[in-house]
Design a protein around this ligand. Structure first.
Ligand SMILES: Cc1ncc(COP(=O)(O)O)c(C=O)c1O
Length: 456
């Protein structure tokens, strides 16, 4: 950039914001966008956000039906959290990780209190990928083994190691990633098509998993990773009894069970942790997103006593400049208090039933709806092209009607993710029933576009 061009640029502290098209142009010219070729990106211009709504600079109101990246769980701009963040900035904005601070003491204790079982110790990171990276490190150091099992229908982060853990197509371009990762097929929809009962699916799949463990050499496997409820790759809760069976297999072979609750945790499913639905305690749980409702970058690994105790005597070979950042910790503390004080998890459980009813209504009305799935306010709708339930868009592909649906949502003030033949329904947990139905009313109208592509 020439200096004359630079002089022409607006002062970032000027009272007047720059025009929207100039803002978009500068964002695209000087910054890269994630998972995209930048020229293909049409960034959504946003000026402000509050509660369940976002506003464009031109004043269009948008209902946030995906909590941004499934992460703004308490809604946008909660005044109590913003005030707590400001208080922490005034009190102590940063100190290095080898310090003791009031907020670190308080949040550690709070997390230990709200986390089931003997998960009492937490290692803080800046996000979900780093939480998973450090869980892998902890598992390898604790067990002295190298291999990690992870599922195909998964996303665990964008770093080199977590791209390797990830099963979905984002992994492909990043291979070869870290060695020693073995992928297993998920219990469903893999087993779904054989017309088996849920109990049979669980039993068959556990047999397959045990065989995988034995064939890989159980003594070489440090950990098995699992998104407790698979997120981006389908909002798939495990079949009944499956997670308990996995817990038993891990115990049998001395493998650590790691539940990635970066997306499913912190109340999204109507319980604080998704693993509470299955009455299982993992050896480690990884968190991010909802932990601060994305108001500040923060992730965490929660460790059971036996794993944490190991690192009281042995070095934990991991560190980050921003480990236990006071502002991140103060944000998480305020977010958790607000979530608990305002009954948001109960709201997610209650409105999950409304979501279920709305999904059933849409499925009955629209031939192109294959299925709606949800656990609490964690939801996804699949769109089909024919009565044989073939997806309207193929795996890792698109279809003009799905693109038209995405455009319809955008034009009609609904923010959500449309991917392949599915779209998500993941609003903030404090959404009201009326606002939830407002979202489904827009979806209802949009589905006429995919109905038109239904082949019968
Ligand atoms: C299940 C899961 N794990 C890990 C991550 C990575 O988290 P982050 O983007 O904060 O690194 C994500 C992000 O979407 C996720 O959904």
């Amino acid at each position: 950039m020439s200096s004359t061009e630079y002089i022409g640029y607006p002062n970032p502290y000027a009272a007047e914001p720059m025009p929207t098209d100039r803002m978009i142009d500068l964002c695209k010219r000087h910054t890269l966008y994630t998972w995209s070729a930048t020229d293909a990106v049409a960034p959504l211009p946003i000026a402000r956000a509050e509660g369940v709504y976002l506003w464009t600079p031109e004043g269009q109101r948008i209902l946030d039906f995906n909590s941004q990246l499934m992460s703004v769980l308490i809604g946008h701009a909660h005044p109590k959290v913003m005030a707590a963040m400001k208080r922490q900035i005034d009190e102590l904005i940063f100190v290095y990780p080898q310090t003791a601070t009031q907020v670190r003491a308080r949040l550690g204790q709070l997390l230990a209190e709200i986390t089931p079982g003997d998960i009492n110790t937490f290692f803080f990171t800046l996000g979900g990928a780093e939480a998973n990276e450090n869980a892998v490190k902890a598992a390898r150091l604790y067990t002295g083994r190298q291999k990690i099992l992870a599922s195909y229908r998964s996303y665990h982060g964008g770093t080199n190691l977590t791209m390797g853990l990830t099963g979905d197509p984002r992994r492909w371009a990043n291979e070869p990633a870290s060695p020693g990762i073995v992928h297993y097929m998920d219990p469903w929809p893999y087993e779904h098509s054989f017309g088996r009962t849920e109990e049979e699916i669980t039993a068959n799949h556990l047999k397959y998993l045990e065989e995988t463990i034995v064939m890989e050499g159980a003594h070489t496997i440090a950990a098995l990773f699992r998104e407790t409820v698979t997120g981006t790759n389908g909002v798939l809760a495990p079949p009944k009894g499956w997670l308990k069976g996995v817990r038993a297999l891990c115990d049998k072979y001395g493998i650590l069970l790691v539940c990635d609750e970066v997306m499913a945790g912190m109340g999204r499913t109507g319980k604080m942790y998704a693993f509470e639905h299955d009455d299982v305690i993992p050896d480690m749980v990884t968190l991010a997103k909802g932990l601060t409702s994305s108001y500040f970058p923060l992730g965490a690994v929660g460790l059971r006593d036996k794993v944490a105790d190991h690192f009281r005597k042995n070095v934990f070979w991991g560190g980050l400049t921003y480990n236990s950042h006071p502002v991140g910790l103060a944000t998480a503390e305020a977010v958790l208090r607000v979530m608990l004080d305002e009954g948001m998890i109960e709201n997610a459980a209650r409105l999950g039933r409304v979501m279920r009813a709305e999904m059933d209504r849409l499925q009955a009305k629209h031939p192109s709806v294959a299925e709606g799935r949800n656990v609490g306010l964690f939801g996804m709708i699949d769109v089909r092209k024919n009565a044989k339930n073939e997806p309207l868009a193929p795996f890792n592909g698109s279809h003009p009607a799905m693109n038209a649906l995405a455009k319809f949502f955008k034009d009609n003030g609904l923010f959500t993710f449309v991917r392949w033949a599915s779209f998500t329904c993941n609003p903030p947990l404090m959404i009201t029933e009326e606002q939830l139905r407002e979202g489904f009313a827009i979806i209802d109208r949009g589905l006429e576009l995919t109905d038109a592509a239904f082949e019968g």
